[in-house]
Design a protein around this ligand. Structure first.
Ligand code: PMP
Length: 433
């Protein structure tokens, strides 16, 4: 790549969350293979990000490449209105097999944010059909993140989600403090009592309670005890609200469970605890295609789907152009097959224990507030916001691809990462802090 290309990029191309007046530096990547990104200048970086939680198998994966090529030879895209096809049906069958029991009605969406839009519309249509057209508000938690289109944005944390800029434009929903931190920290009974009061106040106007179960990702990499999920389930049932789990980030094994909803005891606790509750609606995306293509899904119970079908509209009011894209569905099938055929539970557990061991020295830095690990997610929280450009230059120098945000430096590598590469990532973090 010539310098003028980088100048063009700098001047004309918006990157995520950047300014075109003074953009942060970008690193030109020429190719990616296994768990490494190769820069244009030939340097190789170990990937600590899985391209924002997606590339769980790494890059240039033969099985996924083949799936795309084979499907492209048959048909890359065809409308889903009035037409169906094998890749969508095959994907549907796989999802029904692996999703929490009862979540077997599937809406294929084109990105995570869109799947959250669809989930919210489903909830509103459901309440409308139940005879509660006034139930249009959503209850949610502070510190959440659900996407960047407007409906998901309206349930993102009001501060980190920049609601102020969009005041009057975004619908206003009701936020409650997030559960106290710590996956294994015993649940605080006063939290349930206070949340119950919050439900009393807002439930009669509300369609659903939407949360990221156990791991709040882009809103702060906050982990909480799954026992709170049962509190959410109880309160939703008591007040006739639907419970929505946004598993776009947590789905497909990242926390050590295939999905948090309906998951078991969690791998980090010594004693078995009750199974996690199953939501009425769940969104999945990101790792669904192993990071190859944009695809997400909103899944719900048959009760939700049937009720919507009996409603005034009679149909689910959404139908994007690229719904059920065959290339994306085909690669999603291949990714799920590859995941299930792999020893992913052992891999995630091994990443967890190594992240815990290798990141531990970071806790000694006075600049570090906390170090936490859950499944294949390692987080170092700093006291002050990280200088992203300086930190990235330092990581790249160390041969690591790590993208901090806010006060957080975190790792969520592909499940296929080697021990040596994982150690390199952690050493880069420890050295920086
Ligand atoms: N929900 C959660 C929990 C997410 O982490 C994200 C993406 N970071 C989204 C929704 C939005 O997904 P997308 O970026 O594919 O629109």
């Amino acid at each position: 790549m010539q310098v003028s290309d980088l100048d063009f990029d700098r001047k004309y191309l918006w990157h995520p969350y950047t300014s075109l007046r003074d953009p942060l530096p970008v690193y030109p990547v020429a190719s990616a293979n296994g768990c490494r990104l190769r820069l244009e200048d030939g340097r190789e970086l170990v990937d600590g990000m899985s391209s924002w939680w997606c590339a769980i198998h790494g890059y240039n994966v033969p099985e996924l490449n083949d799936a795309i090529h084979e499907q492209a030879r048959k048909m890359s895209h065809v409308m889903f209105g009035g037409i169906t096809h094998e890749p969508a049906i095959e994907l549907g069958k796989r999802l029904v097999k692996i999703l929490p029991k009862g979540l077997d009605r599937i809406f294929l969406a084109d990105s995570g944010s869109v799947s959250v839009e669809v989930a919210m519309k489903m909830a509103v249509q459901y309440q409308h059909a139940m005879g509660f057209p006034e139930r249009q508000k959503f209850l949610t938690l502070r510190g959440g993140y659900h996407g960047d289109t407007t409906a998901p944005m309206s349930v993102c944390d009001p501060v980190t989600g920049m609601h102020q800029v969009f005041q009057g434009f975004l619908p206003e929903h009701a936020f409650f403090r997030r559960p106290p931190g710590g996956y294994a920290t015993p649940a605080d009974p006063t939290y349930e009592a206070e949340l119950a009061d919050f439900f009393e106040q807002y439930a009669c106007q509300s369609a659903a309670f939407i949360v990221e179960p156990v791991v709040q990702g882009a809103g702060g990499m906050h982990f909480y005890n799954p026992a709170y999920l049962r509190v959410f389930r109880r309160l939703c049932d008591r007040h006739g609200l639907l419970l929505i789990f946004d598993e776009i980030a947590t789905g497909f094994g990242r926390t050590g469970e295939l999905f948090v909803g309906g998951g078991g005891a969690g791998k980090n606790l010594s004693s078995k605890q009750e199974a996690n509750p199953i939501p009425d609606i769940m969104t999945i995306g990101k790792a669904l295609t192993g990071g190859y293509m944009t695809l997400a899904a909103t899944v719900c119970t048959h009760q939700v789907a049937d009720t919507i079908g009996r409603g005034e509209a009679g149909v689910m009011m959404h139908g994007p152009t690229f719904m059920g894209n065959p290339l994306a569905c085909a690669v999603a099938c291949a990714s799920i097959d590859l995941l299930l055929a792999s020893p992913w539970v052992g891999r995630v557990e091994s990443i967890r224990s190594r992240l815990a061991a290798y990141l531990r020295p970071a806790a000694q830095s006075t600049r570090v507030k906390a170090v936490r690990v859950l499944g294949a997610i390692g987080v170092v929280e700093m006291h002050e916001p990280v200088d992203v450009a300086a930190a990235q230059a330092c990581f790249v120098e160390a041969g690591a691809w790590i993208r901090p945000f806010g006060k957080l430096i975190y790792l969520m590598p592909p499940y296929t990462i080697t021990e040596d590469d994982l150690e390199l990532l952690c050493r880069a973090v420890v050295k920086y802090v």
